[in-house]
Design a protein around this ligand. Structure first.
Ligand code: CDP
Ligand code: MG
Length: 712
């Protein structure tokens, strides 16, 4: 697109715009930092293939830039669409609604959205907001994005796996389309953190430019722990300073600061950053109990929809206190925040390749995140940020930049996708290179599943698996069901969806409430399997839904059973779309009989053969297990059926490292004879790959037993 000195009249698609409300919106839009700098933007965009735009959250990137590009493209008669990717489904829908409103068109006409189970676009659509996961999926049929003249990767600072893949795909596509009629333009948009490495990543491949749009931040007063704002407390040292809080007393610390603000501060909303969901709930409870005059709202991704509605719906003049995980850092804009309280902590998932386990660890955030959190209170007026750590800790303990998913999480899925897109193991195109041990553990899995061959090339089965919306091991389980027991495939898909969901359908409760929650869900228990127990709960909900048309009744039904309705609704949607995509038949009345249950357990065992453990004697009488794959000692998670059973052989969905123990999550009782014929369990294989006489002896014992029972 050539340089065209054109000022934006805010009429994106040249539609007739009679509404007065649009005029009001126009006035609002004119004031945004992005629109005030639109000529600089256009100048840089015209002169580059790839443009990196960074500015503070709320400055108009997501809503204005795609509209402006659409406006110019229309003027210049450029064919095709603009895609603007979003990490979260909800954000894609909400922003499309907003932009359609601003442009004065119906949602799905000129402006639309596409998320995995829901499309609202039409042949007229010129601008589509689309989840980054779906954009990656679309690339399997169109690697060079020929449907689009411009691809915008939004929220790039999140650097999730899909964003990494998209970056490598657009980098290649820009080159592929460079000298053709249909040039591809790319915009990468991010908050003001970590953009330098983006420039490095693209600069040798395409004409790359960067612009930083200045925000309109007001002055923010940052106060650290230990300064005079502290309220003297029983735990104070003699000099009046309070010892550094640890994770367990963040909740009380924050509550005290909130009380202090309410007592002595100016009016304005308060935003509190907690490390994780449990702390958010605990803090809300405490603040509600102690400070009556506040409207306290919990915000984390599992309930972002209802919480967002609560935040934006009128609070009847009451002051709001929003307690959030790091979701409020960049992805959700909260109005009129004057105070931020930052615990300086976040929770991340880390893959431990040697243990084959995950760890959810609370840890200090980065300086970049801390500054981003602080910036949440200076948007509309001067603000105050209370950091529950000392300035020294800020300097010494907080890393400069966050580390991203690809550097710490399990990577078999993104690795397989990269291979399926034609990138090679020796030449992976990622901006950061994952730790070698993580790469090796992913290779190990992909080799075992037959998705990769000994030359580390992707197989045909691997190419197909890469396109499915599940992790490789789940795709493997679903294909096994499809070939061995087609009528069970829908149940395996449902279980796969349950296990892939970021949030459990079982409401998260503090440890002390786990027994009560288990008792309330007893009706769903399958004594042989946690996975079947979850499936029972999901199907019970699905059966109950049409019987309880009253929203409140359905809410209560879920509440009494400690079930998370929003998560179940999402899981059902995802299951339906996966089933449709994979060409699987869905029964009208989901139901699993006894023989089916056994066969489902068998499919799980035979597909997750790497996740098998057997019971091992322990001196303390505690029920302990040993994993086949790594030969590690492990126990069942607190909420598992195993704690009432103690079956000799089990498979698990995942291992979690916590409190110096390995916990098996979502356990299913299996029979060793179901799996012993798999190559994985052959003696030579065991000897070659794995240490530990115990494992070999136990496998041998199981083999002998199988032979005896089968009369061989
Ligand atoms: O992408 P960025 O964070 O830079 O800003 P944006 O999402 O485009 O938002 C620009 C402005 O539009 C913000 O001030 C929001 O308050 C407003 N907005 C809104 O009112 N409703 C939405 N659904 C989205 C944005
Ligand atoms: Mg944005």
């Amino acid at each position: 697109m050539s340089s065209l000195n054109q000022s934006f009249d805010f009429n994106t698609f040249g539609l007739a715009q009679p509404l007065a409300s649009l005029e009001e919106l126009k006035e609002e839009r004119k004031k945004l930092p992005v629109t005030r700098n639109i000529n600089e933007f256009w100048d840089a965009f015209s002169k580059s293939d790839i443009l990196i735009v960074s500015s503070e959250t709320g400055s108009g990137k997501t809503t204005q830039i795609p509209q402006f590009v659409a406006y110019m493209a229309q003027k210049m008669n450029i064919r095709g669409r603009i895609a603007c990717t979003q990490p979260r489904r909800l954000a894609a829908v909400k922003v499309a609604e907003r932009v359609a409103q601003e442009a004065g068109c119906e949602l799905g006409a000129q402006v639309g959205f596409q998320i995995r189970d829901n499309y609202k676009t039409s042949p007229q659509t010129q601008l589509a907001y689309i989840t980054d996961g779906l954009m990656v999926a679309q690339a399997f049929s169109d690697q060079n994005f020929y449907d689009y003249h411009t691809v915008i990767i939004d929220e790039a600072h999140e650097f999730n796996s899909n964003i990494y893949l998209l970056m490598s795909l657009v980098r290649r596509a820009v080159q592929a389309r460079k000298n053709s009629q249909s040039q591809l333009k790319v915009i990468i948009m991010s908050a003001t953190i970590s953009v330098n490495k983006l420039v490095d990543y693209f600069k040798d491949h395409a004409t790359t430019r960067q612009i930083k749009i200045p925000g309109q931040l007001h002055e923010i007063n940052i106060r650290y722990l230990g300064e005079e704002w502290r309220i003297p407390s029983p735990e104070s040292n003699s000099d009046g300073r309070v010892p550094k809080p640890n994770v367990s007393n963040f909740v009380e610390e924050s509550c005290r600061v909130v009380a202090h603000i309410v007592r002595t501060g100016m009016p304005g909303n308060i935003l509190v950053f907690m490390p994780g969901t449990i702390e958010v709930e605990m803090a809300c409870e405490l603040i509600r109990a102690k400070i009556r005059e506040l409207n306290v709202i919990a915000l984390y991704s599992a309930l972002s929809e209802s919480a967002q509605d609560a935040i934006f719906s009128s609070s009847q003049g009451r002051r709001q206190c929003i307690v959030s995980t790091n979701i409020a850092e960049t992805s959700i804009t909260i109005p009129d925040v004057v105070y931020v309280i930052d615990t300086g902590m976040e929770k991340v998932r880390r893959w431990m390749p040697r243990l084959g386990a995950f760890e959810i660890c609370p840890r200090p955030t980065s300086k970049a995140s801390a500054n981003q959190r602080t910036g949440r209170c200076g948007r509309t007026q001067p603000g105050v940020c209370f950091r529950l750590y000392t300035e020294q800790d800020y300097m010494d303990i907080l890393r400069d930049e966050p580390d991203f998913e690809i550097m710490r999480d399990e990577i078999s899925s993104i690795y397989l996708k990269a291979l399926a897109f034609g990138f090679e193991t020796a030449n992976l195109p990622f901006m950061d290179f994952p730790p070698v041990e993580n790469l090796l553990s992913a290779q190990d899995l992909l080799l075992d599943l037959g998705y990769m061959n000994d030359q580390l090339q992707v197989t045909n089965a691997g190419k197909r698996a890469a396109q499915e919306p599940f992790d490789p091991n789940w795709v493997y389980a679903i294909s096994m069901a499809k070939s061995d027991h087609p009528h069970l495939a829908e149940h395996i898909v449902a279980i796969a969806t349950l296990c892939s969901s970021m949030h459990s359908i079982f409401a998260s409760v503090p440890a002390s409430l786990v027994p009560a929650a288990l008792a309330c869900r007893a009706e769903f228990t399958d004594p042989m399997s946690d996975l079947l127990t979850e499936l029972n709960a999901l199907y019970a909900f699905e059966n109950e839904e049409p019987k309880l048309p009253n929203d409140g009744d359905l809410d209560r039904w879920c509440h009494f059973r400690f079930l998370n309705r929003l998560v179940m609704e999402k899981v059902l949607l995802q299951r339906n779309s996966a089933i449709e995509r994979m060409g699987i038949r869905l029964d009208d009345t989901p139901h699993v009989n006894g023989q089916d249950r056994e066969n489902i357990r068998k499919i799980l065992a035979r597909s997750f053969f790497r996740n098998v453990a057997f019971r091992t004697p322990s001196a303390t009488g505690e029920v302990r297990y040993r994993t086949i794959h790594g030969n590690f000692e492990t126990i069942a998670a607190q909420e598992s059926i195993l704690n009432t059973g103690g079956h000799p052989w089990v498979m698990y969905d995942a291992l979690k490292w916590a409190r110096s123990n390995l916990y098996m999550q979502k356990v299913t009782h299996i029979k060793p004879e179901w799996i012993m014929d798999l190559p994985f369990f052959q003696e030579d294989r065991m000897k070659k790959n794995y240490h530990g006489n115990i494992v070999q002896t136990r496998v041998k014992e199981a083999l002998d037993k199988t032979r005896t029972t089968m009369g061989v």
